[in-house]
Design a binder for this molecule. Structure first.
Ligand code: ACM
Length: 634
């Protein structure tokens, strides 16, 4: 190419990039970003360079090329050495950014992604994709897009090594293909740990060859539609054909697929509570053998206001029964062989002791082992399980209840879900800890008012999720492995709603576990979330726009009647409302930050948020009776 032509081309690149003014919107926010002037335009003449003898470099380059092929209709041709108009994927030991760190250098004439190891290069590639226009997320070729990268220098590495999402496939079963989609989404946002909740009262999801009834019986319940936990109990003759399980070949495939995206898979076998599917398969494992059925979402536990609960059906394995430990030895032998990850999670949460109290076998065990109370009984069980798991060459992790009863083996790790209290206590005792508190990391909770979302008993708004801090003050950081968000699927019946529940809150968790603490900035985050919403739209993936929906706060008016206030998470919205059943457009009264008196004869309140005169939230309708009810609540 002659000099004048290449100068003109370079000039063209600059003009194009200015015209597009690409904004940098990477989630999770990288540790360091320095934006320059201009851009690098990728087109069919751009080449790609990587070490063809390095499998991981080949894969990162191939994934990048696959995205381009899908959305831009062309691939970058590999060349034998670095050159102009080239994207260079480089793995070399001298980058000093840990195994997951990377740098990206976009100049006007070349791009380089560098990392010490394959994981870093993979994350660099993910960030590079996020630097491209949103159309890169599409599955059809678009011709009218300039595939422009902004000139930028990025230096990035994660804050924590454990960046998890928990996926409950027991309450509702998700296919191998859907689990893979879940992993794809995780990897895009630099999560590296899939906590696979494989067993619970509603289904046993993993084939255990030596215990075939677990999946012949335990994987199936009765299909119900509506609000989980409120279903009518199934009749005896209703077909139990709803559910499913993963064969051992399926599990190997999931583990392999995840590993290719630098995601480890930690299995959870939840015992001794949450075990109705196991007990339905092998009733002898219960302290109260009888006839049990896998739960179908009908209530079987009484939850009290103080957080305690009473079981109406015995859903536990019996700690006083030696058959239980033989059973668990078989289970963990097969589980350990399938999952290369160093930890196995044994659950341990929410174990109802209702049927243990006064049970003769338990009384006998307490006498023999000098156990004072039910916590110590569970602690005895946890100790036995820990020995079994350790004997398979694995470390044990459990929910924070495993601290109760006081004799947790030092090697056990604790996942703190009832706030961070258990995690803090565990770290002080020298246990490794992963934080996943309900207050900030429970993705099954509502994101906004139950008037416009499937109602769940608690709420976790995006802003609160963004305030998640996995390493509390006063705790030695070296015990905090990281954090994760948990997706329980009682109310999640399909992949569309699954994504709605996960995103954008998992953007927030991704930042909590990856980005420097000092980079937290809510308004900046909201801007990037909005850019990623557009990416989800291009990809035709559902997400929750709930951050735009105001909350309705109601209190009693000292003068009589009710007062309402609206609380918005996002700045710059105006909330318009009506009390006469008509649709509040943007000329209706706007909330001005002062309590509004509810008229004596008001129709249900309707409200909706607008930005620049355009509706951005969803219209919410709350009846006056509901407002009255809420005003009674403390
Ligand atoms: C839990 O949410 N029961 C760990």
């Amino acid at each position: 190419m002659n000099k004048i032509l290449s100068f003109l081309l370079a000039f063209f690149v600059v003009i194009q990039s200015h015209a597009q003014a690409p904004q940098i919107s990477i989630i999770p926010q990288p540790a360091e970003v320095r934006v320059g002037e201009g851009g690098f335009l990728i087109n069919a003449a751009t080449s790609i360079f990587y070490d063809a003898s390095n499998k991981e470099a080949v894969r990162a380059a191939a994934l990048f090329n696959a995205a381009l092929k899908r959305a831009a209709g062309f691939e970058l041709m590999p060349i034998a050495g670095p050159s102009k108009n080239t994207i260079h994927f480089s793995i070399a030991s001298n980058y000093n950014l840990g195994k997951e760190g990377y740098t990206i250098s976009v100049k006007q004439d070349k791009v380089q992604i560098s990392a010490s190891q394959g994981a870093g290069l993979f994350y660099g590639m993910q960030s590079l994709l996020q630097l491209l226009p949103k159309e890169i997320e599409g599955s059809k070729v678009v011709n009218d897009v300039q595939w422009n990268l902004p000139v930028v220098e990025i230096r990035d590495q994660p804050r924590f090594g454990w960046r998890g999402l928990m996926f409950d496939v027991s309450r509702h079963f998700f296919t191998v293909a859907q689990v893979k989609e879940f992993i794809d989404d995780m990897a895009r946002y630099k999560y590296n740990l899939l906590h696979f909740h494989l067993t619970d009262d509603q289904g046993w999801r993993i084939e255990i060859k030596s215990l075939p009834k677990l999946t012949e019986v335990g994987a199936w319940n009765v299909k119900k539609t509506g609000r989980f936990n409120f279903f009518t109990p199934p009749a005896d003759d209703e077909p139990r054909n709803h559910g499913g399980f993963y064969t051992q070949e399926d599990i190997k495939e999931i583990v392999r697929y995840a590993k290719e995206q630098y995601v480890d898979v930690m299995p959870e076998i939840d015992v001794p509570g949450h075990s109705l599917a196991a007990v339905a398969s092998y009733p002898d494992l219960s302290c109260t053998p009888g006839k049990y059925k896998v739960n179908s979402g009908d209530p079987f536990m009484d939850w009290h206001d103080d957080g305690t609960f009473t079981a109406l059906i015995d859903n536990t394995l019996c700690p006083a029964n030696e058959k239980v430990y033989t059973f668990l030895d078989k289970v963990f032998t097969e589980v350990a062989a399938l999952f290369p990850f160093e930890y196995i999670h044994m659950g341990g949460d929410e174990c109802a002791k209702t049927f243990w109290e006064n049970n003769p076998q338990i009384m006998e065990l307490m006498k023999r082992e000098k156990l004072k109370d039910m916590h110590e009984v569970q602690s005895y069980f946890v100790g036995r399980v820990s020995n079994i798991i350790n004997s398979k060459g694995k470390k044990m992790m459990g929910w924070d209840e495993i601290l109760e009863g006081g004799s947790l083996p030092a090697s056990a790790a604790v996942m703190s879900w009832r706030g961070t209290k258990g995690g803090i206590e565990a770290a002080k005792l020298g246990h490794e800890v992963v934080m996943s508190p309900t207050t900030h990391a429970y993705l099954d909770y509502m994101q906004t008012d139950g008037a416009i979302e499937p109602p769940v008993y608690a709420m976790l708004r995006l802003k609160k999720a963004y305030e998640f801090e996995p390493a509390p003050e006063g705790v030695d950081d070296k015990f905090i492995k990281g954090g994760q968000a948990n997706l329980w699927t009682e109310q999640i019946y399909n992949m569309r709603h699954l994504r709605y529940m996960v995103w954008p809150r998992a953007f927030a968790t991704a930042e909590a576990v990856w980005s420097p603490k000092s980079s937290r900035n809510w308004n900046n985050f909201v801007g990037r979330v909005e850019d990623h919403f557009k990416r989800f739209e291009v990809a035709d993936k559902k997400y929750a726009p709930s951050m735009y929906d105001p909350l309705v706060k109601v209190k009693k008016n000292p003068k009589g009647g009710l007062l309402v206030d609206f609380d918005s998470e996002v700045d710059g919205l105006s909330i318009h409302y009506s009390f006469d059943n008509s649709f509040p457009d943007h000329h209706y009264p706007a909330y001005e930050g002062k309590s509004i008196e509810v008229p004596v004869d008001a129709a249900p309140i309707k409200l909706i948020s607008y930005r620049n005169g355009k509706p951005i939230g969803r219209m919410m309708t709350v009846s006056i009776d509901e407002l009255k009810k809420r005003s009674e609540k403390k």
